[in-house]
Ligand binder design. Sequence first.
Ligand code: MN
Length: 699
Amino acid sequence: MNQIVAGHEAALRSRTADWPTADQERLQAAIRFAVVKHGAQIRRSGEPYVTHPLAVAAVVTELGADADTVIAAVLHDTVEDTDASLAEIAGAFGPSVATLVDGATKVAAVRGDDPDALEAARLRKLFVALASDPRVVVIKIADRLHNLRTIDALAPHKQARIGRETLALHGPLAHRMGLAAIKTELEDRAFAVAHPDEYEATRKVLADIPELEQALDSARTELVAHLAANGIDGVVQARIKHAWSVHRKARAGYDVESLHDLLGLRIIVATLAECYAALGSVHALWEPVPGRIKDYIAKPKFNSYRSIHTTVHVRGRLFEVQIRTQEMHREAELGSAAHHAYKTHDDPREPQWLRRLLDWQDAAEDGEYVEAVTEELGAEEIWVLTPTGDVLTLPVGSGVIDYAYAIHSEVGHRCSGAKVNGKLVPLSSRLRSGDRVEILTGRTTGPSLDWLAYTATARARDRVRQWHGRVRRARTRAAGESALAALLSKHRTTPEAAAPLLLATAGLSSWEQLADQVGSGHVELLRLERALRGRTAAAPAPADTPTPHGTVRAPDAGQVVAPGLSGIEVSLAGCCRPAPPAALIGVSSRARGVVAHRASCANALASIEDSPGKAVRLLWVAPGVRVSTVHLVCDNTPGAIARVTLALLDLRADIETSSSSIAEDGRGLQHYEIVHTGSRSELRKALRAIPGVRSVSVD
Ligand code: MN
């Protein structure tokens, strides 16, 4: 056998020397199988391909994985890249190994064209595999680490892509699974290829801080002596924070030198009691920073991480000290997820972030799924307590609204206040780990849109938007129904009698549709009113002498106006000689202003077809009638649109177009184009008098 392969094999065997004989024999058989199957395949570096799965298996052994996982790692590329079949593997190495190889294979083997869909499909496979057996992901992460260790052979742009993907996915995933031992190397290698310039800059920043290494060294020596003097038997490790996390904090606006955890010391002791003794001892030696003591032993982190953290002043520098037992250290480095499979979705060991990702995959579009996954993995979590003492995890930055929606949608919708640690707090409050949160319900008006500014979770934002979408639809219909009711009573008729005519006019098939379309302004009340009157709008005597902008008088007493446009010239086309009540279309030209044609005129249609931007909406109005644009800001309450519509009808104003929207601050915005005879100041006054209307502009 090739000498390089023999070297990899020897390394793997030395790491598994303490295995039971039966497992060692299975591993030996797996190595032979992989060597034969991969045969003469070579890697881009020129090495035999089989060196890769052997090296991946060696990483997996470092993570303390069981024999099946290590054997599956040896075989992880055989089904994908050679003629080996899963049945063959199941026969030779057992069903458990075959399942793991299958999981690792499927994740890599999905193909597709649309990058979003492909990415989403890969992620779905990965999370389904993770949910059924997290050992698959341990293999995938080890696979990625070895690929990064040997990435030099790839072209720079491929290196960068793999690096970025690793930073977005594998690093956070390793963190989520508690694989601290592998995460740091994975992220720093990925950082170096994904953003080479920033990587170098970060390393330079660290190298430029004077005597960093020396400060670390002397603090370590001092601590070792101090612990010994206090009779505490522990191992002390020292570290400088890794480049990728320094870069992330620097990018988030932190001054690198002031980072609380730039310099770290770790004390590993034998017993839980010694952890607390060591904490007291550290605080006796160095002054602790208030509020920086975190007891993750009493309250483990979301990824089962346990340790006590404290930050202390050491001769002008801040040091983060971590204290843990050997068992906690092993778990923190290797992850606890690697050692067991989650049995069912109800298993309380299944992390909530995984549950959320699996929920997402049912609902989300491909693009959204990728986004949700990256967001979910990128976010650090906090844990908070329910009034009954249950622990709930939320992304960092979550507030009481996020908490309320995490409990239940209805609790979110009805949330009227919140107590954190027994004190009433504003709804905009952010939560911190350890907070005990109680939601007060009783709100009857539903969620407010300004809550969107205080939420950190996609779930809460979604629910608030959904509620508003539903309510807006209900309000639109209510507005349409009341406008129709007003119209019918004005014409002394009933829905039953008027429905056939009105539905035919609007081209709709049900009264509900008509109400929706009227409420949203898509069907203009003016059209319905004209249909009811059986004639075009009659013009009452003008109350004053209006001077509408952009008008021209037609030969037979109609007047053409261009709503919303002021100061433009309108002339009548010679080709089709438009006259009331024929529908009009305006064509703008630089030389002649706007020319009014019949809407059916072939000349007009030809010039608009060439450049649609030239089309101008024109209307016939009776002499003395004006067209105004109305903008309203009003409280967003049910019936607001109906009240305005009714007021405009009372003023004998015909609504040409209408639209409404909700502003960022939650206020309702309404826009109308109306044809009316009264003065604009009268109009303004009447609109201002409507309850709930906050401001009116008419022009
Ligand atoms: Mn591989």
